[in-house]
Every structure is written in C-alpha cells, then in structure tokens.
Design a protein around this ligand. Structure first.
Ligand code: DP6
Length: 312
C-alpha cells in the first residue's frame, strides 16, 4: 500500500476527561463518556517519507514538538522504523475548542498504523491516538464511547441513541490562548479544587452511564452540566486563572436556562474554549434552533448527531 486515507470525527465529552494520572504516558485521571460527532470531519492521508516525519494541517506544516511522543510510541508499538508524511484537512475551526485534536490524532494514528499493517486492531490504534491526545483515543470509534481513568485505550459503548442532537455554537473561531494540555496540568498543579473534581467526576461518570442507557436526557443533562462546570472550576481557581469563556458563551448558557424554564430539554457543555455545545432531542431541534437564531443571530450554529465512525 502506498498511502492510507481515513476520515474521522471529533469526540465530544458529555462527562469530561480533565487531568492526567501519568503525564509521560498521557493516562487520564478521570473517566470520560463521549459522543462522536457526525458531519465534522478530519481527513488524513499518510504515506511513507524518506527520513523525517512531517504533518501538514490544512496545507500548513506543523511544528513536530507536539507529535514527537506520539510517533515514538506508535513506531515502537507497531514495530516500524518508517517515517511518515501526513496531510490533514479539517472542515471545522482547528484549536478553537471543537476537539480537533481528537479527530486529528485518531486519523493520524489510524492511517499510520494501517499503512504499516492493515490488520492493526482498533484497541492498538486507540492506544496510539491516546499518546497524541487522550480524547483522540475515543474518536477511533463512532457513536458513544468511554475512556476509563487510567485506561490505555478507549472503548465503544453498546448504546444506540439516534434521536440525540448536538447544536454547536461557534462563538469564536480563533485559536484558544492556552492548550487544554497546559490548562489541565496547571489545574492539577495549582487548583485547590482539583482533588474535589477527581472524586466528584467518578460519581458523575457512573450516574451518566445509567442515564444514557435509559436514554433519559432529563437525567443526563444536569450531570453533563455539573461535569463541565466543575471542570471549569479547576481552571478558574488555577494560578494564574484560565478563562476561556467569552460574553457570548455566558449569554448562551443563560439562554439554555431560559429555554429549559419554558419546558424544552436542552443542556449545554463546553470544552477548553469559548464554544457552547448544546444537547437536545430531535423532536425539539427546530424549535430550539429558531429560538437561538432569533436571540443570537450573529453566532454560527452547526448541528450534529451521534455517528462519525472512521471512514476509509
Ligand atoms: C476538555 O485530549 O485535548 O476536551 O490528552 O493533553 O491532548 P491531551 O488533552 P485533550 O483534552 C480534552 C479535554 C476536554 C474534555 C474531553 O474531551 O474529555
């Protein structure tokens, strides 16, 4: 095979991974539960290179510092000393808190592994992707996934919930000021709330899986909110504090509250960036979108649903 091309989608955590139990091996300190987002894509083609690894994202050559540990781990894992040339195209804003590193490293790990050996199992691809970005371990699968704390690879969940919808409000498409990697490390090192975050997230994770199995958004939604708001509490209490939110992010959080008080089921979550992702059911989607566009017409909205399994 001369080249492998794969398309992956980002993994949106409903219950967050935030913090590492082992920094060198990039092992997560919390268990996360996520949905892979259909319609947002990273397409990566990998071929063999002469004597160095190179990664291009949307035509721009990347600094290899961010990729060193990933390539080193992957080559050892699948026993190769080959060099790779990777070219990625992303159809949504990169590094703006839309989990582009999850689909990015999942695609890269998939294409590099399968170029060398088409039989490499998904667990191994997920393990390699984790070294790039732990959330990427989840993007190796479609639908609903989990990466348990301390786990070396993510797993797909036996959960079918096609009625779920995710509205992504793009509040800003500029790159975030601090990477999630740096922010979670700062939280671990300096936030007095970090230990509380770790212990609370265990309970949130267990309860959220039960709520999701029962396909009960009214149960799952408040747990999702607690997860992201507790995660942000570790950022706000880091020294120095990290604040990703923009005025529009807060306005949207408030507007979700208004819509809930009117009886609509709509629950927001956020990641390391200003974008607000709102989860609802298909039956309410049009009403909610109309209200959002009326109230906040300058914001761009994308609609996604569970899916996003890698396509070769
Ligand atoms: C807030 O996977 O980008 O999106 O493993 O250091 O690369 P690294 O971090 P990354 O962090 C994602 C954090 C999050 C929550 C989540 O996706 O679970």
């Amino acid at each position: 095979m001369n080249a492998v091309t794969v398309t992956t989608s980002p993994s949106l955590a409903l219950i967050k991974y935030w913090g590492k139990s082992d920094v060198e091996n990039n092992l997560p300190a919390t268990s996360s539960f996520a949905v892979t987002l259909e319609g947002l894509y990273t397409t990566t083609t990998v071929s063999l290179a002469q004597n160095q690894d190179q990664v291009f994202i949307n035509g721009k050559e990347s600094n290899m510092d961010r990729f060193q540990a990933f390539f080193q781990f992957l080559k050892k894992k699948i026993t190769t000393d080959a060099c790779f040339l990777a070219e990625s195209r992303v159809n949504f804003p990169v590094a703006a808190g839309l989990a582009s590193s999850s689909s990015g490293f999942a695609a890269l790990a998939w294409a590099c592994c399968r170029l060398i050996n088409p039989e490499v199992p998904l667990e191994t691809i997920s393990e390699c992707a984790r070294l790039g970005s732990a959330s990427a371990a989840r993007s190796v699968y479609g639908g609903f996934t989990t990466l348990r704390k301390g786990s070396i690879y993510a797993e797909p969940l036996d959960l079918n919930w096609p009625e779920l919808r995710v509205i992504i409000a793009i509040v800003s498409d500029s790159a975030k000021p601090v990477s999630s990697r740096k922010a979670m490390e700062a939280a671990r090192a300096t936030s007095p709330y970090y230990a509380a975050w770790l212990s609370q997230s265990d309970q949130l994770y267990k309860s959220s899986l039960e709520a999701a199995q029962a396909k009960d958004l009214s149960q799952l939604g408040p747990l999702m909110r607690q997860s992201y708001l507790s995660m942000f509490s570790t950022m706000l209490t880091s020294a120095p504090p990290i604040i990703y939110w923009k005025p529009e992010s807060i306005a949207l959080i408030r507007f979700c509250e208004t819509l809930r008080s009117e009886g609509l089921q709509l629950f927001e979550t956020m990641d390391a960036g200003p974008q607000v992702k709102m989860v609802c059911l298909e039956q309410d989607l049009n009403d909610i979108l109309n209200r959002l566009k009326e109230e906040h017409p300058s914001i761009q909205y994308l609609v996604s649903s569970p899916g996003g399994a890698p396509k070769c």
